[in-house]
Design a protein around this ligand. Structure first.
Ligand SMILES: Cc1cc2nc3c(=O)[nH]c(=O)nc-3n(C[C@H](O)[C@H](O)[C@H](O)COP(=O)(O)O)c2cc1C
Length: 373
């Protein structure tokens, strides 16, 4: 049940949120709004038939026709999987070489086209489920180490993961991300975002709770984030920045776990993301073990954004890379305050824009408060 609390936004608020954002590789977002990734689970799920498995359906096109008509600066897809046996959930869209068909290409071209109809930049979120792949999909998923997720999500548990060898990190992870990024480029998307947050495979590498490796991919912050930087470089070898193709990252600002990624770790990692040239970094937080998509403290409720205090610490690191903050925003005034305070440049919205898919287009922009927050 959605409860609406319309807020009055001034003309100056409208002007601030309507400002353009320029990315290091040249593309420009028409305003500060980002439609955050929201898993759709609306693609074909036929594990025994790679030719159709993970092909986006007409339902996805219909949903994005709404958002595409909403004048967002950037529209992210939900998590699109780069490995057909490592999903976030059955029904995820997928891009993988064993599944190459003209029909899949056509579906992705259609998807990009509806997203871009009103000027938004279309960005595919690329992900690998790693140990967070449901056991019903894969009982022995790959991960950084063999740390099993001891929890049920949507009534389903998770298998004991197999640590990737160094060779498999290239063949099963980096190569697959590169293939999917090229595919996104060729089918008309403006960029990709690597999903490095919420406990999926890349976060399994960056987090000390799930990365117990003693080789060059484990231990120090630099080693734990190596895989993310290697994926960035491998994509850029195929699609240089001069093409304008965006490479972004969703990353955790904090994990709220005793041995998890701290904000100090996040600051260190973000320095390297800025240096290597990521176009944008979207700050989020939490994992399956410690979900963080709700207002818990009163101070957070006041300022709305769940990760604002962490974004404030991380933001000074970025000079060229554009920063988005996602999670908890419900009113225009809180969005404007977050931008004005310098904590973020862009505003990511998830649940609110399922109720108002054309929110950025509204004149003046308004927002709602959801009872679920
Ligand atoms: C139903 C649902 C699906 C989501 N799917 C994804 C996803 O595919 N990828 C991702 O990075 N985050 C995903 N998220 C997290 C959102 O992108 C966002 O970070 C979170 O909802 C907080 O923002 P909000 O308070 O504006 O909703 C999902 C969240 C929800 C509620």
């Amino acid at each position: 049940m959605v409860r609406r609390f319309p807020t009055v936004a001034s003309e100056s608020a409208k002007a601030i949120l309507g400002e353009t954002l320029k990315f290091p590789s040249g593309k420009i977002a028409q305003n500060r709004f980002l439609k955050a990734a929201l898993t759709e689970m609306l693609s074909v799920f036929e594990p025994t038939n790679p030719k159709v498995n993970g092909v986006p359906t007409q339902e996805i096109i219909n949903v994005y026709d709404k958002w595409g008509n909403g004048q967002f600066g950037v529209i992210l897809t939900g998590n699109v999987q780069v490995s057909p046996v490592h999903l976030e959930a059955p029904g995820n869209a997928m891009i993988f070489k064993e599944g190459e068909t003209p029909a899949r290409r056509e579906a992705y071209k259609q998807w990009a086209k509806v997203i871009k109809q009103d000027g938004a930049l279309a960005v595919v979120q690329l992900s690998h489920g790693g140990r967070q792949t449901p056991i019903t999909v894969n009982s022995s998923p790959f991960s950084a180490s063999d740390v099993q997720l001891d929890k049920e999500v949507r009534f389903v548990g998770f298998g004991k993961p197999i640590p990737l060898t160094v060779e498999q990190i290239t063949t099963e992870v980096i190569d697959r991300f590169v293939y999917a990024a090229k595919y996104a480029y060729e089918t008309g998307f403006d960029g990709v975002q690597l999903h490095g947050a919420h406990g999926y495979l890349l976060a399994q590498f960056t987090s000390p709770t799930t990365n117990k490796r003693t080789d060059q991919y484990g231990g120090s912050v630099a080693n734990r984030q190596r895989i993310v930087l290697e994926i960035y470089e491998a994509i850029r070898k195929e699609i240089p920045a001069s093409t304008g193709f965006l490479i972004g990252l969703k990353t955790n600002s904090v994990e709220f776990q005793s041995e998890g990624t701290t904000v100090e770790d996040a600051v260190e990692m973000c320095k390297a993301y800025e240096k290597i040239g990521f176009d944008f970094v979207e700050l989020s937080g939490g994992t399956y073990e410690q979900l963080a998509f709700q207002h818990i403290r009163d101070s957070t409720r006041q300022r709305e954004a769940f990760f604002l205090e962490f974004a404030e610490k991380i933001r000074p690191v970025f000079k060229n890379t554009v920063v988005y903050l996602t999670g908890g925003f419900r009113t225009v005034n809180a969005m404007v305050d977050a931008v004005k305070s310098g904590a973020t440049q862009g505003i990511g919205l998830g649940r609110p824009i399922t109720a108002e898919p054309d929110l950025p287009k509204k004149d003046p922009p308004r927002s709602c408060r959801l009872s679920c927050s």
